[in-house]
Design a protein around this ligand. Structure first.
Ligand SMILES: [Zn+2]
Length: 460
């Protein structure tokens, strides 16, 4: 008789409910949900670690002489009035994969199921804090200067450090056997994440393929954000000849038009998107007869693939110079954030494509425009998949089905097996040889390249 599953989707999701979720990072709601996950980790025999940023990890070593480590995970926190699936699906898929690998006993390796802390920017105005902490983008020192934005609006100051202290104490109080560590891991060999997102692209693929389609993510977007100030000259709107005027608002209009054109070009080339998101006219009280002398605006660039912040800044510099010449204004710019997009592992994506073909799962390669935890996870090879959903995300209507989540578990289970199966064979060979030989690095190493598949091509 088949053993009953330890990790069941119905323990974590109510597929009939569209109630809003308010599981803000580091709150009691978030911790209670995490405790449910930790209980499953323990039932699978995993060791639980908790780090200084509130990241949680369940670790289990399977087979003999494990060498490679795979981390699978996502986040559990939500936005205000969010949905059930954005985030948790990736953690529960991780648990199911771990359960499959533990039970199948066909490979050898270390499996880590991770819950990355505070992925949503809703509470602290800054996204992916747990995973950024893992790769050193933010450090413990920054925890006191990042504050809860909503509390701030109510005149209170709650720092990230205080929120983490609350969350970590809550966990230690309610769960036994948690080991505290600086970081849940410094680096892993492979990092995998499943997520619901960009349902429009997957719906389009469904229409085309007439089959549910998963997205294999080839690139994870980053943002470059620019503030600009225009200095024009105030004058009478009636008496100033068109050629002489230095209208600061005109400059913002030209910038908007050119940014839109650039965004379209980026999109066509798979390099991202661009938007003007705000325009202000300080000092101008809206009088019809006065040419505004000052304006400012915000530009949001979403970068993908091989696009770089340097490239974007150069493109915007060109726009700036053209607009200055056209409107006779002076424009100054300030870069407020600049991130480089992450290109995921070609090696892992190729394997995923092969597994999809083999298992009859329809897939497309696509980018993730939003940033994701995976972008920051310190791993030698990483990738993620998007699973079909409806109702968008970050709202109570976001929805997915068991039959959409299942292929993610199947894909990651098979991928993990293939990544660890060679090690299993190696370990078997090694365990039949004398210990001294083993110690003298006799273990055949499987070279993994980020381009191509130089090693095995096992489809089990
Ligand atoms: Zn998410």
């Amino acid at each position: 008789m088949e053993q009953e599953r330890i990790v069941k989707l119905k323990d974590f999701f109510d597929f009939d409910s569209k109630e809003p979720i308010n599981r803000l990072a580091y709150t009691e709601e978030d911790m209670e949900y995490k405790i449910k996950i930790i209980e499953k980790m323990k039932a699978l025999g995993m060791q639980i670690t908790l780090d200084k940023a509130g990241n949680i990890c369940g670790t289990i070593s399977i087979g003999n002489h494990p060498q490679k480590t795979i981390a699978i995970g996502s986040h559990t926190d939500s936005v205000y009035n969010g949905g059930q699936f954005d985030g948790p699906v990736g953690v529960i898929v991780g648990l199911q994969v771990a359960e499959n690998l533990i039970k199948s006993k066909k490979c050898t390796g270390i499996i880590k199921v991770a819950i990355y802390a505070c992925e949503e920017s809703s509470r602290f105005g800054n996204a992916c804090l747990g995973s950024k902490y893992l790769n050193g983008t933010i450090t413990e020192k920054d925890f006191s200067s990042i504050v809860d934005q909503n509390a701030l609006k109510q005149g209170k100051t709650v720092t990230l450090q205080e929120a983490i202290d609350f969350a970590n104490s809550y966990l230690k109080e309610h769960v036994d056997g948690i080991q505290e560590v600086d970081k849940i891991f410094d680096t892993v060999d492979y990092s995998l994440e499943a997520h619901i997102e960009q349902y429009d692209s997957l719906k389009k693929a469904y229409k085309k393929n007439q089959q549910d389609t998963v997205g294999i993510i080839n690139s994870i977007g980053s943002a470059v954000r620019i503030k600009y100030d225009v200095e024009g000259q105030a004058n009478h709107t009636g008496s100033t000849p068109m050629k002489k005027r230095k209208n600061a608002v005109d400059a913002t209009a030209f910038i908007g038009k050119k940014v839109r054109k650039l965004g379209k070009r980026y999109e066509k080339q798979g390099l991202g998107r661009a938007s003007q998101v705000e325009i202000n006219t300080p000092g101008h009280n809206g009088s019809f007869n006065q040419i505004p002398n000052q304006a400012n605006g915000l530009i949001d660039f979403r970068l993908l693939g091989e696009n770089t912040p340097e490239n974007v800044l150069e493109d915007f510099e060109n726009i700036k110079q053209q607009v200055e010449a056209k409107t006779k204004t002076k424009i100054t710019t300030k870069v407020v954030s600049q991130g480089t997009p992450v290109v995921t592992s070609h090696f892992l994506n190729q394997k995923l494509n092969q597994i999809c073909n083999h298992k009859g799962i329809q897939s497309i390669e696509m980018p993730s425009y939003p940033g994701q935890d995976t972008g920051y996870i310190p791993a030698k090879e990483k990738t993620m998949i998007f699973i079909p959903s409806t109702g968008g995300s970050h709202n109570p209507k976001e929805h997915t089905k068991k039959k959409f989540i299942q292929p993610a578990t199947t894909l990651f289970t098979q991928l993990s097996r293939e990544l660890l199966v060679e090690r299993f064979k190696d370990a078997q060979k090694v365990s039949s040889t004398p210990k001294s030989t083993y110690a003298s690095s006799h273990i055949p190493t499987t070279k993994v390249s980020s381009r191509g598949t130089p090693d095995e091509n096992v489809l089990g």
